[in-house]
Design a protein around this ligand. Structure first.
Ligand code: NAD
Ligand code: TDX
Length: 340
């Protein structure tokens, strides 16, 4: 089986490539990645010499390139991770979000349709449902109410992908996962940012009252679910992938402080994120029933493993936090006020 993986140098895409090449000897992968600030070939050092792996640096919006890649290396399936993936960046600068998440997805769908690719797995997010009131959990038929430019772009690309199934019978499967965490995550997202700041003894900026709720999913559990959906998911269907672990942000932050031996005096409650979704909650009953998948890694274990990885990989963290990251950090956090 030959797979085109887009965005494979990012956090989840690289975990997927490491997992698949490590466990599935009949699969070959071509990774197409632009290497934006979030793409890092260090994440794939362990597979770089694998004869079943190849890398092409390029933009998924580049129609000629995408067509050439698929012509020279025909694939059975596309697993589409590439995206501008951070909500705060999408608020500060929405344009690249729409370019990659919408135009890039469109470009891939068109190429897949022309080449009659057998499977197109579009990796999406629970954020497309927007904030979910207590005590509900969104199933796949829940209305889409995206709140940020990021989530609106993901909702748009989900609908576009599904339209290619309805209109052209392209065998599309869409997955919508909850918040991922684990090794190699860029330290702009809550968990890696809080771990790396705690390890450096820096303040931990908690938005608003810290009571926004997220459902945490260990990255390898997400990758196993994507594989299950790729192999067993039905064409034209959406599958939610949740971690079954809902926590308010402040509790996550407190656990990280405890595990890193730091005190709660590092916590700073700061100006909230505009349009901040209060609560995400997913029902993953459908993927569990249809594929047999379920999350295996409990949060207490996953967070310990993640913290240990960041402690052991201080060089990786220092390199990704140098340069552009400093500008982003100043822009996103510099003007936020402490609110209590
Ligand atoms: P990430 O930001 O770590 O990685 C994104 C990757 O895409 C990078 O390697 C980047 O270089 C590449 N990329 C960006 N624009 C590109 C372009 N125009 N052409 C080619 N490559 C490009 O993201 P992630 O956290 O690994 O997320 C992967 C996917 O999973 C995204 O589609 C995201 O929406 C989705 N998702 C993420 C989460 C989460 O918690 N991180 C949860 C649910 C769904
Ligand atoms: O510095 C911070 N302080 C803070 O309080 C950051 C970065 C975040 N937060 C809060 C905002 C959210 O309530 O933590 C929560 C999680 O924030 P993010 O890590 O930015 O994730 P979220 O906005 O929930 O979106 C994530 O989940 C779904 C991913 O970034 C998306 O790619 C994915 O689709």
């Amino acid at each position: 089986m030959r797979l085109l993986v887009t965005g494979g140098a990012g956090f989840i895409g690289s975990a997927f490539i490491r997992l698949v090449l490590g466990t599935n000897p009949s699969v070959s992968i071509l990774n197409l990645d632009k290497l934006t600030y979030a793409g890092n070939l260090e994440n794939l050092e362990c597979v770089a010499g694998n004869p079943r792996y190849r890398f092409v640096r390029g933009d998924i919006c580049d129609t000629a390139l995408v067509n050439r890649v698929l012509e020279e290396w025909p694939v059975d399936a596309i697993v589409h991770f590439a995206a501008e993936s951070h909500v705060d960046r999408s608020i500060l600068s929405p344009e690249p979000v729409f370019e990659t998440n919408l135009r890039g997805t469109f470009t891939l769908l068109e190429a897949a349709r022309r080449r009659r690719v057998q499977r197109f797995l579009h990796v999406s997010t629970d954020e497309v449902y927007g904030s979910i009131p207590e005590p509900y959990a969104a199933d796949e038929s829940y209305p889409l109410r995206p709140a940020s430019p990021y989530s609106a772009s993901k909702a748009g690309s989900d609908l576009l992908a599904l339209s290619y199934f309805t209109t052209y019978r392209l065998p599309v499967v869409v997955t919508r996962a909850s918040n991922n965490y684990g090794p190699y995550q860029f330290p702009e997202k809550l968990i890696p940012l809080m771990i790396s700041n705690a390890l450096e003894g820096k303040p931990l900026p908690v938005y608003g009252d810290g009571m926004n709720v997220r459902d945490w999913l260990y990255v390898d559990d997400h990758c196993r679910a994507i594989l299950a959906a790729l192999e067993k998911g039905r064409e034209g269907e959406v599958y939610n992938i949740g971690g079954n672990c809902s926590l308010p942000n402040i509790e996550v932050v407190r656990k990280i402080l405890k595990a890193t031996g730091r005190g709660e005096d590092l916590i700073r409650f700061v100006t909230d994120r505009p349009g901040h979704d209060r609560r995400y909650a997913l029902s993953s009953e459908k993927i569990m029933r249809e594929t047999g998948w379920s999350p295996q890694v409990a949060f207490e274990n996953g967070i310990q493993q993640t913290i240990a990885w960041y402690q052991e990989n201080a060089g990786w963290v220092a390199r990704v936090k140098s340069g552009e990251y400093q500008n982003y950090y100043a822009l996103n956090y510099g003007s936020r006020e402490e609110i209590r």
